[in-house]
Structures are given as C-alpha cells and as structure tokens.
Design a protein around this ligand. Structure first.
Ligand code: 5GP
Length: 189
C-alpha cells in the first residue's frame, strides 16, 4: 500500500533489535485518514471472505479494527492483556512479547467469541507471530473459525507469517519490511 509505505519511510524510526517506531501515526499519535485507508485496503483484500466479527489485541490494534468494524458494520472485540476481575467466563492464552521481553495474557470472554463466529484478526504489527498464535489458540478454545489475519506492518525477517500459514490461515500485510539492519528501513515495493 503505497501511501503507508511512503509514510513509514517518512516518519518511521528504527531502533536496535529490529524495532520500528511508528508513534507519529499508528502507536501513539494516530492518523485517522491513513487508518481509514488501511481499513479500506484490508476490507478489499478480504472482500470475498465471509466474516462476522473483527478481533484484535489491545491497544494498538483497536484503531484499525474499529475502522474496519465501522465500515463493515460488524462487531469488534479486543483481547484484554489483563484478566478483569469482573469477567468470570474467560478464554485465556499466554503470549511472549518480544518488544517488552516478557509474557502477557490475551483474554476474551466466552460471551464474545463463540462457535458461530467467523473471525478476522487485525493488528498493527506482525513480528514473530506470538500474538497471532495466542489468537489462534483462543479461537480454537472457543470453536470459532479464524478466516484470516491482517496486519498494517509485517517485519518479514522475524518470520511470523510461517506459523500463520502453516496453520492454513490466510495472512495479509499492507507494508512488508525486509530488513531494519544498520537502522535502515528496507521495505518491499
Ligand atoms: P509478535 O507477537 O508478532 O511477535 O509481535 C507483534 C506485537 O508486538 C504487535 O502487537 C506489536 O504491538 C508489537 N511489535 C512487534 N514488533 C514491533 C515493532 O517493531 N514496533 C512496534 N511499535 N511494535 C511492535
């Protein structure tokens, strides 16, 4: 997606350890217009797929997910990273965060992920695919069908796509980073 690629090259910043900072338009300050274009492109790619729910993980996945949910008139569920004390019937899975170097949980109420659901998972980044694996596990526990995954940015050199495709799940990314070596952003054109 050219607008997104241009924006990453203009405003993205590289950090040691293969981390890309996009705080100016995705992870802290948000660009609603760009987010709408992102949602429209993901919807276009999944136009022939039957979906009845968008799921994501808090916090940075919520913006693209709600844009898609709004445009498709579908409910959006975000997995919580802490189990709320008020939520009794929870599905839960453990995820290792590579940016924070620690484990966290992804939790969704059984009320909001059920065997009737055909789910599209949306997130800001695909890195090693750990969050994606956590979501696959939650969908399996719920008996929900995971029909695909959509990411704003994929860091291809961290190979997260392999686990998703090995599970037979379609994976779409709008910008694919091939390398962040020497703090230089190399994007697939
Ligand atoms: P994964 O679970 O695929 O290893 O990592 C994806 C999650 O980690 C995303 O939800 C995202 O929040 C975070 N993440 C991974 N790599 C980066 C990165 O380079 N920059 C930012 N801002 N977040 C990242």
């Amino acid at each position: 997606m050219k607008t997104l690629i241009d924006r990453i090259l203009k405003d993205g910043k590289c950090y040691e350890g293969g981390i890309l900072k996009v705080d100016k338009f995705i992870n802290h300050q948000l660009d609603p217009n760009l987010m709408k274009q992102i949602a429209v492109e993901l919807i276009r790619r999944y136009a022939s797929t039957e979906i009845n729910k968008i799921i994501t993980v808090e916090a940075s996945g919520i913006a693209p997910a709600i844009m898609m949910g709004f445009l498709l008139d579908l409910p959006v569920v975000f997995a919580k990273k802490k189990k709320p004390s008020t939520m009794a019937d929870m599905l839960s899975s453990t995820v290792f965060s590579f940016t924070k170097q620690r484990e966290y949980h992804v939790c969704i109420s059984k009320e909001y992920l059920t065997p009737e659901d055909k789910v599209l998972f949306v997130d800001d980044f695909l890195a090693y695919g750990n969050a994606a694996k956590g979501i696959m596990d939650l969908c399996k526990q719920a008996g929900a069908e995971l029909v695909g995954m959509g990411f704003i940015i994929e860091k291809a050199f961290q190979n997260g796509r392999e686990a998703i495709e090995a599970a037979g799940i379609r994976c779409e990314s709008l910008a694919i980073i091939d390398s962040l070596d020497n703090c230089e952003i190399k994007i697939r054109q």
